[in-house]
Design a protein around this ligand. Structure first.
Ligand code: BTN
Length: 246
């Protein structure tokens, strides 16, 4: 992964640039990086604050995986980013279902996977990875302050975008190959070993309401398993998890 890297100054969203390249036939592993994004996107159509100093990167994948394993690419990417960040920052890094990477409960990175399918599976996947690496003195928007951190701050030293991108791509290449060769097991195990809030009471906001219970595990299809009062288990495919503090 990352044999061809397009470094751009400012774009709307690197995911859109990568999509256009993929449509035009760009091979698996093509990477797009931008200094800043004017219209960075997060999950659930949220805006993603993308000031200069961050790593805003999208990667084209052409996975040969059964469709039910595609959501595991998000978990594989989150685990890879966490591994790379931990190696560079020397601090414990956690993952939060489905796509967050946290240090001390503050978000340091997020993953946005976009899949374009054909009848037999995925035609290609754009894996968008956003890491708050440095904010270069820009004021953090008030609504994010307290919920966000950046890697340079946690590491207590300067980390370049290059070394971070390289570390992430290397880890992701390993996890991606593992998913193809060994199935979901090892990726799920790697994700679980860093998972925040498993075993703890949570509340999950869904498009249709909410579910409260214990966050038990992540299932082989990438869904979150929540045990509700009375022991009923529910698998959640998309939602926002909050910890219920005692
Ligand atoms: C999230 O946590 O909601 C996902 C955030 C993903 C942000 C990255 S930055 C690079 C790529 N381009 C985008 O517009 N979004 C992703």
């Amino acid at each position: 992964l990352g044999h061809t890297v397009h470094w751009l100054a400012e774009v709307g969203s690197t995911n859109d640039v990568a999509r256009r390249l993929a449509e035009a036939g760009a091979p698996e592993g093509t990477v797009v990086v931008a200094d800043r994004q004017a219209a960075g996107r997060g999950r659930l159509r949220r805006a993603w604050w993308s000031p200069p100093g961050g790593l805003w990167m999208s990667l084209i994948l052409r996975p040969a995986l059964p469709p039910e394993h595609l959501p595991l690419l998000t978990l594989a990417a989150a685990a890879a980013v966490a591994e790379a960040a931990e190696g560079l920052a020397g601090r414990p890094v956690q993952v939060k279902w489905p796509n967050d990477v946290l240090i001390d409960d503050r978000k340091v990175a997020g993953i946005l996977l976009e899949t374009v399918s054909h009848p037999h599976g995925a035609e290609y996947v754009v894996a968008g990875i956003g890491v708050n690496l440095d904010v270069e003195g820009e004021p953090v928007p008030a609504e994010l302050a307290g919920r966000l951190t950046w890697l340079a701050r946690e590491a207590g030293r300067r980390v370049t975008r290059n070394e971070l991108a390289e570390a992430i791509l290397q880890r992701l290449e390993e996890r991606y190959a593992q998913l193809h060769q060994e199935g979901p097991g090892p990726v799920l195990a790697a994700w679980r070993s860093r998972a925040a809030w498993l075993g703890e009471p949570v509340r999950v906001a869904l498009p249709t309401g909410e579910v409260a219970g214990i966050a038990l595990d992540v299932a082989p299809d990438g869904s979150l398993v929540v045990e509700q009062a009375g022991g009923r288990r529910q698998r959640i495919l998309a939602g926002d998890v909050q910890r219920l503090r005692p």
